[in-house]
Design a protein around this ligand. Structure first.
Ligand code: SF4
Length: 290
């Protein structure tokens, strides 16, 4: 059986995937809004032990059609290690059609195009990257340690390597009255990247995140549900990507679940947001958010 250390996070679309925890934690671990691995030391799991666990799992259950390599930025692993892992997964689980992984822009940019192509050839199919915002200033503020140019470069390399990319954005990162000011830059960056998938989350102040501590000290005021929705509206309004890109805001943190294709569904998506904000009884209950 596969063993897991700590709490393992994966994208919603990997809910039924074989989760292979190759690293524990996040090698970056400085993002101010993220408390997922704060206080936990990052390390790489023993590869031989992981291979043995995969063999055991393969004897137990074969019903997977996707695999996801965790944790927070597992693409930081060496290409050799990832290739060996992908090969093992493919051999042991012939039904697996796609392998996904979380990555930072730095992880992608550190790899050569040849390395990324090799990983694609070995079954890696989807790279999930948290962009969060397209604003240079806000990226610095939230300690993302990446610039809009880093994301553009990473997105371009993934495309050239034939790897699909799923990008995540977060509303409310700059807080009340400020967040909307950064949204046009986000729309510009994502339009240029023209990803396969882009999804919006809404900021949740979880335990251990430095931003939560700032909130507790009165130094950060979260956005209202209306402001969070207005941010997504403004993003869609300013979006100029040629597509096709699948757009989602179906994460449990969101006040309104949206789904469509960019750019053609932008009018309908904006309409749905406008109608929700105008609803008399729209209160954006916090208890609905997980
Ligand atoms: S948001 Fe991602 S890159 Fe940033 S600390 Fe959390 S897991 Fe690491």
């Amino acid at each position: 059986m596969l063993t897991y250390e700590g709490r393992v996070y994966r994208p919603p679309s990997e809910a039924r995937s074989l989760i292979v925890q190759a690293t524990v934690g996040c090698s970056h671990n400085t993002c101010s809004f993220c408390g997922m691995y704060k206080g936990e030391a990052f390390y790489v799991k023993d590869q031989d032990q992981l291979m043995r666990e995969l063999e055991e799992e393969a004897r137990t259950y074969q019903g997977y059609n996707r695999a996801f390599i965790a944790d927070g930025d597992a693409l930081c692993l060496s290409t050799d290690r990832l290739v060996a892992l992908c090969q093992k997964i493919k051999v042991l689980f012939p039904g697996i059609r796609r392998i996904g992984i979380y990555a930072t822009a730095k992880d992608v940019n550190r790899k050569s195009l040849e390395n990324l192509k090799t990983l694609k050839d070995q079954g890696l199919g989807m790279v999930y990257m948290g962009v969060e915002t397209g604003s240079r200033d806000l990226l610095k503020e939230i300690k993302k340690d990446a610039s809009p140019e880093d994301y553009l470069k990473a997105g371009g390399k993934l495309k050239k390597a034939g790897l699909k990319q799923s990008l995540t954005l977060i509303t409310g990162l700059a807080g009340h009255k400020r967040s909307l000011g950064y949204t046009k830059e986000t729309a510009q960056l994502i339009s240029q990247m023209n990803p396969d998938y882009v999804s919006y989350l809404t900021l949740m102040l979880g335990p251990h995140a430095p931003l939560t501590q700032a909130y507790q000290k009165g130094k950060f005021t979260p956005v209202s549900p209306e402001e969070a929705l207005a941010e997504i509206y403004l993003f869609l309004d300013a979006y100029t990507g040629k597509g096709p890109s699948v757009f989602r805001s179906n994460h449990a943190s969101n006040y309104l679940y949206l789904g469509g294709n960019l750019p053609e569904d932008i009018p309908d998506l904006k309409d749905a947001i406008r109608k929700t904000i105008e609803m008399e009884n729209f209160v954006g209950e916090e208890y609905r958010r997980l």
